[in-house]
Design a protein around this ligand. Sequence first.
Ligand code: CAA
Length: 283
Amino acid sequence: MEVKKILVVGAGTMGNGIAQTAAVSGYQVTLSDVDPAALERGTAAIEKSASRLASKGVLTDEQLQAALSIATSTDLTPAAGIDLVIEAATENPEIKFRIFEELDQRAPPAAVLASNTSSISITRIGAATARPDQVIGMHFFNPVPLMRLLEIIRGLKTSEATLALALEVGRRMGKEPVQAKDSPGFIANRILCPMINEAIFALQENLGSAEDIDTVMKLGMSHPIGPLALADLIGLDVLLSIMQVLHRDLGDDKYRPAPLLRQMVDAGRLGRKSGAGFFQYPS
Ligand code: CAA
């Protein structure tokens, strides 16, 4: 099956980045979110990012126009003729299972249902549908228009044809797909999130200031940004959910979320998206 129309569910940071990248790669894209305000913020972010890339000559005028013409919808029901759904809603297992149940009932029978989950089992998501052979993980990285990696995760029942389709779409979107086993956090977050969590323990235990902890990793290890700034970019609520999945599903206390991370989330300091996390982001 050749994919022409893609529905992206969820207009948050990941959803709008995926929609933008799919649109500039020649797909007809609809971005849906139950919250109209989230859709407005999502389209504004796409406009800002695509215009920036066009002004640098990374995107042609035609690609910029494609990004600016993404259709939006507050209805989860996929528009007729959708070939692929990429779900990028909140990282909460119960909400994801419910969305997949609904997508399964409403999407055309041949459509493939992909999830951008960063840690939840694709086999479990597939089991919420009557088409687990057509369910797959397509895990993108933030900021999606810039990061080249795409993790592809097969559930226990994902078919070869679904895998081939996800690889093909990922490559056409300019990404380098890497296949990862359906294990908590896959490859990227199994390594990245415990590292960031440890940086939060380091801050909590006053090993250094937030600035100094980040400087150590930037200048000592050539990371483009420090772990605490990266936590702010990912979103502290997302990071906490991933650590909770790793802790619960791998059953090892080395994955326990840092108490300071929990506190920051309780206080609503979620990182860039809320204006403050470990660092301040004045709008
Ligand atoms: N769209 C378009 N352009 C963007 C952009 C976006 N969304 N975000 C940044 N840019 C551009 C900026 O305009 C800037 O362009 P110029 O150099 O022309 O000014 C350039 O990228 C660099 O940006 P900044 O100067 O603001 O900051 P930076 O040099 O630190 O680069 C970064 C930004 C590319 C995000 C870089 O910091 C980086 O690579 N950080 C690491 C990102 C990372 O690790 N992502 C993975 C997160 S984990 C994840 O996503 C998965 C998960 O499940 C948790």
